[in-house]
Design a protein around this ligand. Sequence first.
Ligand SMILES: [Fe+2]
Ligand SMILES: [Fe+2]
Length: 209
Amino acid sequence: MATLQELVHGRPWNARIFYAYGLDPSSNQSLQQACQAQQVNQPELTRHLEQVWEGPQALQRLTPGQLLDYIVHCHHRYLRRALPHLLAQARVLTQNDSRYQSILNELWELNNEANPHMFREEMEVFPAILDMQGDLARAPHLPRWIQRLEQEHSRALQHFLAFRRAMEVPEHNPEARRLMAGLADLDEDMRWHMYAENDLVFSSLRLLA
Ligand SMILES: [Fe+2]
Ligand SMILES: [Fe+2]
């Protein structure tokens, strides 16, 4: 059976899915061994790996229920693990070099905005999408909720533009390089997350309106 490291080869997005599930993407353990050791639901994780085996465009083939499940388990979990870790890295760097203060501020704001945003998606908006069963008349408040989420997505994008500018500056400090690598992963994950929500889930609801 392939190791986690082998499963990431050629499919870097699998590393972020493993990270979301609390597994080490560089591990030489098989998927089964890693899932048993970390008490991870292997069938669920395997399902998500298979859903995006061919890349993000494969998300188009998922049903709304599968897509929302994938967003919560892979992207929301990823953000909830990655943001505190990146914040801690940025804090340490800022103690010795004030150049990183702006990244710390952006991460702090993103963290404060992302958590209630994901909470509303998971507790209100996603269940309402599933409950309405394709009939927008059953969820008349949904367009307003989605408009607010999309405005928040645009605001999040401003933080990511700041991260991209920061990543353009060559770094020699190994700690700063690790932070930039983490921001690059965060950026890539957010592109998939926005594609899944804005371009697939929310745009399909606009067609119903
Ligand atoms: Fe989300
Ligand atoms: Fe969102």
